[in-house]
Write a protein of this length. Structure first.
Length: 131
């Protein structure tokens, strides 16, 4: 996967329950929607189901769960893909990308770097007016 920079909303934006529900592209996500109900591909060579059954806000919060930074940023990237019409990837692209990480086809560090670069252009603060 080629690295892209984009000024998406951070996990800090998405961990607040008032930001939900969001619906687009055939997906509806509530604050309590289990991470592994979205991050799954049921059939074919790419089939996988993520391990984490906690809700999106728990995964994104990151302080009280076993999920890693990759899950935090994957969940935030998924929400950005629903919320921001200019986001460079679709929800299905994010699910597919996480699958590469889950199946061990890309490393933790590489997956984290790609997903972090989609939040505030990889910088600490962003300028996206949606966030």
């Amino acid at each position: 996967h080629e690295e892209s920079l984009y000024d998406g909303c951070s996990p800090g934006y998405w961990h607040k329950e008032k930001r939900y529900p969001k619906s687009a592209h055939g997906y509806t996500v509530e604050a309590s929607t289990p991470f592994n109900s979205i991050f799954t591909i049921a059939f074919g060579l790419k089939a996988y189901t993520a391990d984490f059954a906690q809700g999106f806000t728990v995964i994104i919060n990151g302080s009280t769960n076993p999920a890693t930074q990759v899950e935090r940023f994957a969940a935030a990237s998924f929400m950005n893909s629903l919320y921001d019409a200019n986001y460079p990837y679709s929800p299905d692209d994010i699910i597919d990308f996480y699958g590469y990480y889950y199946r061990g086809e890309i490393s933790y560090d590489d997956a984290k770097a790609v997903l972090e670069n989609l939040i505030h252009n990889g910088e600490a603060d962003g300028n996206n007016p949606l966030c």
